[in-house]
Write a protein that binds this ligand. Structure first.
Ligand code: ATP
Length: 135
């Protein structure tokens, strides 16, 4: 089966690198499925999941927005942060989720940056979904 090289990189360094059969994720413009030979393109990503199909299995990486670039021999995901499912600290994500929910509740009482709390909540829920493979 044909494969394509995929790298997921963040400002802290590379998170994932492998030859895969297919990359799929949700771009801001909709679902994307990249197979070897896909036309070159760049797409902005949401907070979401990058699915990497390899040897009949699907590996998951949680990403917190960024860009996906397709070149003839390589797919690169440049993300603000990214974690492989097995590297996700579930306790930490649960705490981040609670913190964000508290901030969103306090919004009416105090000056709280609602959008910031909402994004933190989405990152935490996304990490929990990836760690628990709910997708
Ligand atoms: P927290 O409030 O727990 O820091 P956050 O969503 O604000 O969560 P980010 O700013 O997105 O965190 O990420 C900071 C760094 O911490 C990144 O390197 C990211 O990969 C890592 N990270 C954040 N949450 C987790 C987690 N639950 N498990 C593993 N790594 C995490």
């Amino acid at each position: 089966m044909k494969t394509i090289k995929v790298s997921v990189v963040t400002p802290d360094g590379p998170v994932y690198e492998s030859e895969v059969e297919m990359v799929s994720t949700k771009a801001k413009t909709g679902e994307l499925g990249i197979l070897p030979g896909h036309v070159p393109m760049v797409a902005p990503l949401e907070i979401g999941i990058v699915r990497l199909k390899k040897d009949g299995k699907t590996e998951l990486v949680a990403v917190s927005g960024g860009f996906l670039e397709v070149r003839p021999e390589q797919v690169t995901v440049l993300a603000q942060s990214a974690e492989k499912s097995e590297d996700i600290d579930v306790e930490r994500a649960l705490k981040a989720k609670e913190r964000a929910e508290q901030r969103m509740k306090q919004q009416k009482l105090e000056h709280v940056d609602f959008k910031r709390a909402e994004l933190a909540l989405r990152r935490a829920v996304n990490r929990l979904n990836v760690a628990e493979r709910k997708f």
